[in-house]
Design a protein around this ligand. Sequence first.
Ligand SMILES: Nc1ncnc2c1ncn2[C@@H]1O[C@H](COP(=O)(O)OP(=O)(O)OP(=O)(O)O)[C@@H](O)[C@H]1O
Ligand SMILES: Nc1ccn([C@H]2C[C@H](O)[C@@H](COP(=O)(O)O)O2)c(=O)n1
Length: 319
Amino acid sequence: MLSECLQISKTRLSTSLSRCQLVSRRNFTIAIDGPAASGKSSTARAVAQELGFGYIDSGSIYRCATLLALRQNITEISKHTDDLVAMILKSTVEIKVQPSNSLNAMPSLGRLAVPEVQVLLDGEDVSGEIRKPEVNRMVAKVASESSVREAVLGIQRSMAARAKTRSSQNQSANNEGMPEGVVMDGRDIGTTIFPNAELKIYLDASAMARAIRRWDEMNNQLKDTKQQQKQQKQQQQSASDAQKAGSTTEAPTYPSVEEIARELEARDYADINREHSPLRIASDAVVIDNTNLTFEQQVYTITDLARERMGIKPKHADL
Ligand SMILES: Nc1ncnc2c1ncn2[C@@H]1O[C@H](COP(=O)(O)OP(=O)(O)OP(=O)(O)O)[C@@H](O)[C@H]1O
Ligand SMILES: Nc1ccn([C@H]2C[C@H](O)[C@@H](COP(=O)(O)O)O2)c(=O)n1
């Protein structure tokens, strides 16, 4: 129902959900979809922490599938889908959420603490590797294969069931009467994976805002962490060792805002135009354009929508 699809802007944050029915108190799924870098995963993580729900980043499963392909030197995905599906089904992907009480390193995330997420592929921490440019360039191709999507769908649903069970165990100390729940972000969560999700959000932002945020994020990561400084030193060291050995190791290069914008645009185009389960706004989704919203505004808008649908008093009606 299009009439249920709300456009929320900075000036229209107080949204009445009087038409929405209250949903089952025992089980609550929040689906967050949207284009690349629209803020899905940071928002979903903060929403999950606020509500005590489990969190699943479905994109990281496609990223792990892409890494499996790259490690086997499979670049022509359509010629090797059976092999790739077999590898996916044989592997284990775990998404570990580390609850956070401290402020996030990203100033744009304001006062909200956002949990860190670790992605393990067959027990190996691949959190950094799955965000590398070569994975960014290939992941939309991998995700366009229907048999890959089918394999990932099974993984997503069983992960969600486990995350809900864990959240209900954590909820026992909670006095708000919160149900067990999960927040999952991706491209087809509200349309295909959980078409009956109790709350569907379509998160969007202008292409330029998304590219600038990603650029900021990359630069922030570079500047701030001691670990990266250490890594840089190691890279410099190994580069000079390699040079001494006559090798041609390239110094790391960091993309400009324009290059990032082009990469996001290419990925969005592929995700929107693929045949199977393309990125679409579910007819009953709440659309939130966060171009001019603070991170807190978008998170609290979603947690209040969820609370309202669960029959629990919203906490931030004054936003
Ligand atoms: N309202 C906001 N204002 C400013 N920055 C924001 C806002 N919301 C999210 N961000 C920042 O935007 C960047 C992209 O967010 P995030 O990684 O959550 O997006 P995503 O949609 O999950 O991306 P992808 O699809 O590539 O996985 C992050 O640096 C995040 O901190
Ligand atoms: N539900 C999903 C989640 C992700 N994908 C694909 C499309 C994206 O380009 C890629 C990486 O996702 P991200 O980490 O950027 O959220 O994975 C998908 O098709 N369906």
